[in-house]
Design a protein around this ligand. Structure first.
Ligand code: OGA
Ligand code: NI
Length: 355
């Protein structure tokens, strides 16, 4: 395949549809297996981080559900709301302006369709903007004539990342504590955190425009996150659904002031399979535009992640071979929902495909 056709094909998965230009769902966005709107009403656990039993509750939720909501998380509500306002402002920009900050096929950051779009034959009803580290360069492309808007956007996003990092530190300590471990058992947690390349900060802004036929469209197709865990602010419009074995798809209701935490693939690996990585998706609706902001918490890119030593033993052999986040993102990009299976020690695939 020539490089031109490769890049054209890739771009069709990167440039979102001009959603304002259509009033019916195009075939390219009509899913055969459309979201089942007949949902179960069980609630994912809501955990107050001031509760003395928070660690145990987090362990139970992570083992059983792989997802929970947290309250009393210490992230100021006005910052959460301002991040939402800034995200909305970005997505409401004219299309041409947003396309100036289009992410390139080789990179993760910038404006575009969902990162996993190439893994599906149908396209999704959403737009995204990924911030890795500093958003300064992209902000200059988005608002070239307005320095104060650029600065305010960057200040809010950087402050939001900082608060998410603090909350994530709290959550990882609670998760490890709940498994009888502490931060000494995870060397990379003790690394100096000054450099952002050392500790990547990844923020994903998602926008789900009003959809003319939500029952046949998909906001974000089912996936698991590659992160250790993800902290999601789904603002005040529901749309996040999680898949539970034996139950089906469940809606995670937005609770004012709460944040959703979902276990990612790397935590599943670290916990040697004890914590569940959650299959989730986002559905759309015909009344409201929906914004969500996801913070992907992960280790430094160059650190090998493997089941933690204290969790393995004769009866608990390590289920996964060591991988770095960077390497795992590559595996996920190519093999998508088979990525975990491919690094499992007992499938026999791992050694010959990736070593
Ligand atoms: C994600 C994600 C869910 C949502 O960004 O990975 O799963 O509700 N988002 O937007
Ligand atoms: Ni996700």
């Amino acid at each position: 395949m020539s490089s031109t056709s490769t890049s054209t094909r890739n771009l069709s998965h990167i440039i979102p549809l001009d959603f304002n230009s259509v009033d019916t769902l195009p075939d390219s966005h009509t899913w055969d297996s459309s979201p089942d709107h007949h949902l179960f009403t069980e609630f994912v656990p809501i955990i107050d981080l001031h509760d003395p039993n928070a660690a145990t509750l987090i362990r139970l939720a992570s083992e059983q559900w792989g997802v929970f909501q947290v309250t009393n998380h210490g992230v100021p509500m006005n910052l959460v709301q301002e991040a939402e306002v800034q995200a909305r402002g970005l997505f409401e920009l004219p299309r041409d302006q947003k396309l100036r900050a289009l992410r390139s096929p080789e990179s993760f950051s910038g404006y575009g369709s969902a990162g996993n779009a190439a893994n599906f034959s149908k396209l999704m009803w959403s737009e995204g903007f990924t911030i890795m580290g500093s958003p300064v360069e992209h902000a200059a492309q988005l608002w070239p004539d307005d320095q104060s808007v650029q600065t305010h956007f960057c200040d809010v996003m950087e402050e939001y990342q900082k608060k998410m990092k603090g909350l994530s530190g709290k959550l990882i300590r609670l998760m490890l504590g709940s498994l009888g471990l502490d931060k000494e058992d995870v060397k990379w947690l003790n690394r100096p955190k000054r450099s952002s390349t050392n500790f990547p900060q990844v923020l994903q802004l998602n926008y789900y425009p009003v959809c003319p036929d939500p029952t046949r469209a998909m906001g974000l197709a089912p996936h698991t996150d590659t992160s250790v865990f993800t902290v999601l602010n789904q603002c005040d419009i529901s749309g996040l659904q999680v898949f539970q074995e034996g139950i089906g798809w469940m809606s995670v209701q937005p609770i004012p002031g709460a944040l959703v935490v979902n276990v990612g693939d790397l935590m599943h690996i670290l916990s040697n399979g004890r914590f569940k990585t959650t299959i989730h998706r986002a559905v759309v609706n015909e009344l409201h535009h929906r914004i969500s902001i996801a913070y992907f918490y992960g280790p430094p890119y160059d650190v090998k992640i493997s089941p933690l030593m204290k969790l393995i033993g004769q009866d608990h052999p390590p289920l996964y071979r060591p991988v770095t986040w960077k390497e795992y993102l590559g595996i996920k990009g190519t093999h998508f929902n088979r990525a975990l299976e491919l690094i499992r020690n007992d499938t026999g695939y791992a050694s010959f495909i990736y070593e």
